[in-house]
Design a protein around this ligand. Structure first.
Ligand code: G3H
Length: 465
C-alpha cells in the first residue's frame, strides 16, 4: 500500500474494483496550496537560469527513473484506474519515450531572426532576434485515464522551457501521478520547481485556476470542467484537451475487415474511456449489414474481466460512470436501436455493447459515453455523414475508411475536427503530432513542439545597427 504522508486530512484510495485500499492521499487546503504556488513562483527564475542542456539532462534522468520503477508504477496504474497490466506498462514506456523526445525537441528550439528590409519601407539596419521565454508557473491538471502519460505530456514541456509546475492529478490517478513525481524528484531536480497539489476540487479547484501567480493552465478532462476553467481563469493562456464524439465514416468502397478491426480497437480499448475513442459509426446503407457482422465478430474476441487478468474491457472508473453509460444504452433501446451484442452489466463492468439502427433522436448519437458502447448509424450519403459529424458539439477527430484517398481528403477537409485519420482508428499518438480539438473538444494545441510553444512567449530584441 502506498502511503504518501501521514496528515490528518487524508482520503483513502481504493482500487477501481473497490476491493482493496491501495493508499491514501492528502487533502490540501487553500493555505497549503498558496504556499506551494509561492514556492514555485519564487524558484522559477533560478530554474530558467540553468543551462537548457542541463534541464534536458534532468528529463532524461527522469525517463531512466521511470523505467527503473516501471513495474511498480504500472501495477499502481492498473489497480488505481483499472487498466489492464499490459496497457499500464505501455503507458509507462510511452511516457519514457515522450519525455526523451520533449527533452531533445526543447534543445532544438532556437528562436528566430527577422530582417527589417523584408517589409516595405523597412531597412537592413533593423533586425529582430526572437527568443522564447517561459511563461512562469504552469498549472497542469491531468485526467484519470492516463494518470502518468497525460501528466508528463504537460510537465515535461513546461520544465524543458524553463517554467515551474504546479501539478494537480485527477483524484483517481493521484497515486500513479505521485509515483511519477517521486521518480522525477529522484533526479535531484530542485523540488520547488515541481509542486504537487492533491485535494478536493470543490475546496481548491477554483482557488488554483484563479490564482494570480498561475501563468498558464493546461488541462485534460471533461468538456464541462474545461469550460468552467475557461470562464474562471483570468487572462492567461489555456490549453484544453476535452471530450470527443469521434465518428468512423465508412464509405461503400471501404475495406470492411480493416475498418471493423480498427473501429473495434478504437472504440473499446480501455473500455472506451479515451477522449479519442471511436464513439459512433456512420456507415453507408449498402455495406452496413456486412460491416455490422464483422464488427460483431471482432467484439466477440475482446477479453472481458479484471485489470489484473489483463482484460481489455474492465470495470469503469466509478459507479456514476457506469450508470451514465447504461442510461444511454437504455435510452437508445427504448427508442428502437437494435442491441447486437453486450448490454450486460456486472457491477461497474459493462460488457462491450454494439447498437445498430441508431437514429438522431437517440442520446447515444450525440453524447459522449466514455464507456464500452458503440452506436451504428446507417446513412445514405457522404453529405449526411459530414452533417452528422459537424452537428456534434465536439470536434476532436474523425476516421474515414475508403480506398479512394482523394475522396477521403476532400471529405476530410469538410469536417470540423482537429485531425482526420485515413483508414485507421482515431488516436492521439504518435505523441509528437499536433493534437487539437475544435468546439467543445478543446482549445489550443498539444503535441511536443506545440506544447512547448504553448508554454512560452516570444521575446523580441530589435537590433538597430
Ligand atoms: O483521453 C484522451 C487521450 O489524449 C487519448 O489518448 O488516443 O492515446 O488514447 P490516446
Amino acid at each position: 500500500m502506498i502511503s504518501i504522508t501521514a496528515f490528518t486530512n487524508e482520503k483513502e484510495v481504493y482500487s477501481v474494483t473497490g476491493e482493496e485500499q491501495i493508499g491514501t492521499i492528502r487533502l490540501m487546503d487553500q493555505e497549503e496550496v498558496e504556499n506551494v504556488i509561492n514556492e514555485a513562483k519564487e524558484a522559477q527564475p533560478y530554474w530558467y537560469s540553468i543551462d537548457l542542456y542541463k534541464r534536458a539532462e534532468f528529463l532524461h534522468e527522469w525517463a531512466d527513473q521511470l523505467l527503473e520503477n516501471q513495474e511498480k508504477i504500472a501495477a499502481t496504474i492498473s489497480k488505481e484506474v483499472g487498466k489492464g497490466i499490459t496497457s499500464a506498462n505501455k503507458e509507462v514506456v510511452r511516457t519514457v519515450d515522450l519525455i526523451r523526445y520533449i527533452a531533445e525537441e526543447g534543445c532544438r528550439m532556437h528562436g528566430e531572426l527577422m530582417k527589417g528590409d523584408s517589409f516595405k519601407g523597412g531597412s537592413t539596419s533593423k533586425i529582430a532576434m526572437i527568443d522564447q521565454e517561459p511563461l512562469g508557473v504552469i498549472l497542469a491538471i491531468s485526467p484519470f485515464n492516463y494518470p502518468v502519460n497525460l501528466a508528463a505530456s504537460k510537465i515535461a514541456p513546461a520544465l524543458i522551457s524553463g517554467n515551474a509546475v504546479v501539478f494537480k492529478p485527477a483524484s483517481q490517478g493521484t497515486l500513479s501521478g505521485l509515483l511519477m513525481i517521486e521518480a522525477l524528484l529522484e533526479t535531484g531536480i530542485p523540488p520547488e520547481i515541481v509542486q504537487t497539489v492533491t485535494g478536493k476540487g470543490s475546496e481548491i479547484g477554483d482557488f488554483l485556476v484563479t490564482h494570480p501567480k498561475i501563468d498558464m493552465i493546461t488541462f485534460t478532462g471533461s468538456s464541462a470542467t474545461g469550460q468552467a476553467i475557461s470562464l474562471k481563469s483570468k487572462m492567461i493562456p489555456l490549453v484544453l484537451e476535452l471530450g470527443g464524439k469521434d465518428p468512423a465514416i465508412v464509405l461503400k468502397d471501404a475495406d470492411l475487415d480493416l475498418a471493423a478491426k480498427q473501429i473495434v480497437s478504437g472504440a473499446f480499448s480501455y473500455s472506451g474511456q479515451r477522449c479519442t475513442a471511436i464513439k459512433r459509426v456512420f456507415v453507408h446503407d449498402e455495406v452496413a449489414d456486412d460491416l455490422v457482422k464483422v464488427i460483431k465478430e471482432n467484439i466477440d474476441q475482446l477479453s472481458i474481466g479484471l485489470p489484473e487478468e489483463d482484460a481489455t474491457i474492465t470495470p469503469l472508473i466509478d459507479t456514476k460512470a457506469a450508470n451514465f453509460v447504461e442510461e444511454l444504452i437504455d435510452d437508445a433501446i427504448r427508442k428502437g436501436a437494435t442491441p447486437i451484442v453486450g448490454n450486460k452489466r456486472e457491477g461497474n463492468l459493462l460488457h462491450p455493447t454494439l447498437l445498430d439502427n441508431v437514429t438522431s433522436d437517440m442520446r447515444i448519437a450525440w453524447e459522449e459515453p466514455f464507456g464500452p458502447v458503440l452506436p451504428i448509424l446507417r446513412l445514405n450519403s457522404e453529405e449526411e455523414m459530414i452533417e452528422y459529424t459537424n452537428d456534434s458539439e465536439y470536434g476532436l477527430q474523425a476516421s474515414i475508411f475508403t480506398k479512394d484517398v482523394q475522396k477521403a481528403i476532400l471529405l476530410g477537409s469538410k469536417l470540423n475536427v482537429g485531425s482526420v485519420q485515413l483508414n485507421a482508428k482515431t488516436e492521439r499518438g504518435p505523441d509528437h503530432f499536433p493534437f487539437i480539438g475544435t468546439k467543445k473538444s478543446g482549445l489550443g494545441a498539444q503535441g511536443v513542439r506545440r506544447s512547448i510553444e504553448s508554454m512560452t512567449r516570444d521575446k523580441v530584441f530589435v537590433l538597430n545597427l
